[in-house]
Design a protein around this ligand. Sequence first.
Ligand code: AMP
Length: 249
Amino acid sequence: MTTFKSLGLNSPLLKAVEKLGFESPTEVQKKVIPLLLQDKTDLVALAQTGTGKTAAFGFPMLQHIDIETKKTQGLILSPTRELCLQITNEMEQYGKDLKQINIVAVYGGANITEQAKKIKRGAHIVVATPGRLKDMIRRRLVDISAINFCVLDEADEMLNMGFYEDIKSILTHTPDSKNSWLFSATMPPEVNTIAKKVHEISTGDYGGDKKCWDKKRRPPIFYCTWERTLYRIKSCSGNESNYFWLCVL
Ligand code: AMP
């Protein structure tokens, strides 16, 4: 049986797993956690709500965070205030045994000054909805210029809600070197068609950002830049089949 320990989680996180009563990792956790614990991974994962996806990206992010520095190292974008609060709550529970981890939720319809104050105290991880975060960046109330990890949760939902331009704008304030982890419950059919097409090609220059290819992996998902993935999910237009993604179902 696969255990959380065998996936590579460290002891403070294993303690949280025990306290939460998680007996074994879910499918998405089994696939994603070992990948995201590596030093540099960009990931696109298909995962529905209720599959344990928050822990799938949350545990690795928490394990990578350097508690000693107060700067913001992780950003999680989510479509709604409810999801933003839910993710923050889950992350706080997962990080309970990491001393002094500070996770701050940033969302519309609540007092911006209060949220800014919390960030000023030092937010290792910011969980945000796109509109409010963009506003706070514009007012220089948050600094995401040195983040190492950026999660886009429920990407399809964010795009459905019209956040594409906001997300694009937010990402211009983040470093190219960050790890980009995208989770989406759906991918338009065109994406899968292209996925299958690319999957049949086992060698060659993909012109993508990473040459990482595993022919045995079923179904395929591929590595590529965040921008291209977003664009692909949004419109699927143009011939971008030379880019590289990795998908985990
Ligand atoms: P999510 O898909 O992230 O919204 O998670 C759905 C629910 O499953 C949350 O309440 C989690 O606390 C819970 N959960 C996550 N991972 C596990 C696990 N390995 N075993 C049992 N419950 C889990």
